[in-house]
Write a protein that binds this ligand. Structure first.
Ligand code: SAM
Length: 409
């Protein structure tokens, strides 16, 4: 049976939420103060009809909105959207007892996302390629996307043709596409074995037709037509196939700017969870840097970039699992600044070591305000002061937000 509900707020995943006698009900694609008819099952409500519409509602940009799991907030106007994202950060800090000033969100523009991880599946008739439908494994076959760079969306039809020969029937692959300065870097995992000369020839043809920078299938590089090079600051680096890089180059520039400004007077810096050197390489233009990371290939990217670059200060790389074995407070004594950019889970134990260290400045970068607030709480309890918190949007229309926080002691 359909219920009539009045939405009270947006929950942390961007769904409208209202409190009922039996607890909260989340109704995706609704907005605060809207009166709706919804089919409610447990905590989930499926929107059937909008009875009263919020003034903050606007027309979504994309035909897939509502189906595709990539976006949850295209229907919210720009001002309310940015304020909601900022509020997520404010609330995350408040939940740790921290009433800190949070700056305005630095917005993302449409069509700027340079990295996408899509799923592909071959059915009897076709190849589906796109993001998954929310909370399911169904693929929404992407025909358009206002978030991704146009260069990525443009190649999807031909990429489907290539996947048709690479996927087994009902087979599923993960397709990572990165737009580099030199063309697209495409990395396909989960394809059939590529050994026959015929298949190799077809891959080479596809690479040429799509003018791909590099094509990697099941971990093996099959064609490098152009070096898939990125510039971190002004230092060139070639990330490994499928490697993590920040989602937009615009957000990356803002993050690098914040990190560089915070570390301006430092001469010895540790870049923890360094990835392929997004911060290490620009920082090395002015200071000695130790890059610490678990992924060997990412550290290889840094080492290679350092060997090719001119005029950098010494850079050391250290492979270490910072969850199991964080850099100790004693090891940290040699640094006057630390950059800390863990995955979504945060870096609790590393933050606790930092809290006991004498490092003067810490720049914490995170795509998860909840774990960032937890880790910042440890640092504050250890004597740091929070100087600045800036949310940076690089996940347009989704519920996610990047944050950079500067702390000092
Ligand atoms: C959010 S990314 C940041 C990378 C880099 N700072 C950048 O901006 O491109 C997090 C990084 O942490 C690394 N990582 C994940 N778990 C780790 C662990 N337990 N120990 C060390 N590094 C880890 C990942 O390989 C990834 O490179």
């Amino acid at each position: 049976m359909a219920d009539e509900l009045v939405i009270e707020a947006l929950g942390s995943r961007g769904d409208g939420v209202t409190q009922t006698e039996s607890g909260p009900v989340y109704v995706p694609f609704t907005l605060p103060f809207e009166r709706v008819r919804a089919n409610v099952q447990g905590e989930r409500g499926e929107l059937l009809e909008l009875l009263e519409v919020s003034e903050e509602r606007r027309e979504p940009l994309c035909r897939h909105f509502g189906e595709c799991g990539g976006c949850s907030l295209q229907h919210l106007n720009a001002t309310a959207y940015l304020e909601w994202k900022r509020e997520q950060v404010v609330q995350a800090f408040q939940s740790r007892g921290l009433n800190v000033p949070v700056g305005p969100v630095i917005p993302a523009q449409a069509g700027t996302r340079r990295r996408a991880v899509l799923t592909a599946r071959r059915t009897r008739k076709e190849v589906l390629l796109g993001f998954s439908r929310r909370l399911t494994h169904q693929i929404v076959d992407m025909q358009e996307c206002p978030v991704l760079q146009a260069r990525i969306v443009k190649v999807l039809p031909e990429l489907r043709d290539m996947l048709r020969v690479l996927l087994t029937r009902k087979g599923e692959a993960r397709v990572t596409i990165l737009d580099t300065g030199n063309g697209l870097d495409v990395c396909i995992d989960g394809a059939r074995e590529v050994s026959s000369p015929d298949l190799l020839m077809q891959l080479s043809d596809f690479s040429a037709r799509l003018d791909l920078a590099r094509l990697t299938v099941n971990g093996e590089v099959h064609a490098t037509r152009h070096s898939p090079v990125l510039e971190f600051g002004s230092v060139a680096a070639v990330p490994a196939p499928g490697a993590f890089v920040q989602a937009t180059s615009e957000a990356e520039e803002v993050l690098i700017g914040k990190v560089m400004a915070a570390c301006e007077s430092a001469s010895h810096i540790a870049d923890l969870f360094s990835g392929s050197g997004t911060f290490t390489l620009p920082l090395a233009q002015h200071a000695e840097v130790l890059a610490v990371e678990m992924d060997e290939e990412a550290l290889g990217t840094i080492d290679h970039a350092v060997r090719q670059a001119q005029g950098l200060k010494p850079v050391r790389t250290l492979r270490r699992d910072l969850f199991r074995e964080p850099l100790s407070a004693t090891e940290l004594e040699q640094f006057d600044a630390v950059v800390f950019d863990p995955p979504r889970a945060g870096g609790r134990d590393q933050a606790e070591e930092l809290a006991h260290s004498s490092v003067r400045r810490v720049v914490a970068v995170s795509c998860n305000p909840a774990t960032l607030a937890r880790d910042v709480r440890s640092l504050i309890d250890g004597g740091y002061r929070l100087i600045d918190v800036t949310p940076v949007d690089q996940f347009l229309y989704s519920e996610h937000i990047e944050v950079v926080a500067l702390l000092e002691r």
